[in-house]
Design a protein around this ligand. Structure first.
Ligand code: SF4
Length: 121
């Protein structure tokens, strides 16, 4: 089995080819131009993760706005849908600063949903 990937670790966007045998064991990784690309490819075919980015409703003195949010570390790709359902249900009240934790232990223990914009009132 062959997987063709585009490495997203840096803007170079190397095309990486991962060869696997029938039981999914990686037999070769080619096309990466640095070790980070090899790590990315290994993770992508065995345990893909993504940083979730979205918005959450925030009540401010000027009415309800949307505040950009993200997870402070990547979460398993298969949990993204569940995570988005939770994000849609969250409503917070200002003030919030960049980096403030909106939801601790979000989806996974040790992963936080954090604010990416400041609303001071
Ligand atoms: S393999 Fe290395 S150089 Fe190529 S995109 Fe990935 S991180 Fe960048």
């Amino acid at each position: 089995m062959t997987r063709e990937l585009t490495c997203v670790v840096c803007p170079a966007g190397c095309r990486i080819t991962v060869e696997m045998d029938a039981d999914g064991t990686i037999t070769s990784i080619t096309g990466n131009t640095c070790p980070r690309g090899k790590n990315y490819a290994e993770n992508e075919v065995t345990h893909p993760v993504r940083t979730l980015t979205s918005t959450v409703s925030i009540d401010t003195e000027e009415g309800t706005k949307l505040i950009p949010v993200k997870t402070d570390r990547p979460i398993p790709k298969e949990k993204l849908f569940e995570a988005m359902e939770i994000v849609k249900s969250i409503r917070i009240k200002a003030p919030y600063k960049v980096g403030d934790v909106i939801c601790p232990d979000f989806i996974e223990q040790g992963t936080n949903l954090v604010a990416c914009k400041e609303f001071d009132k």
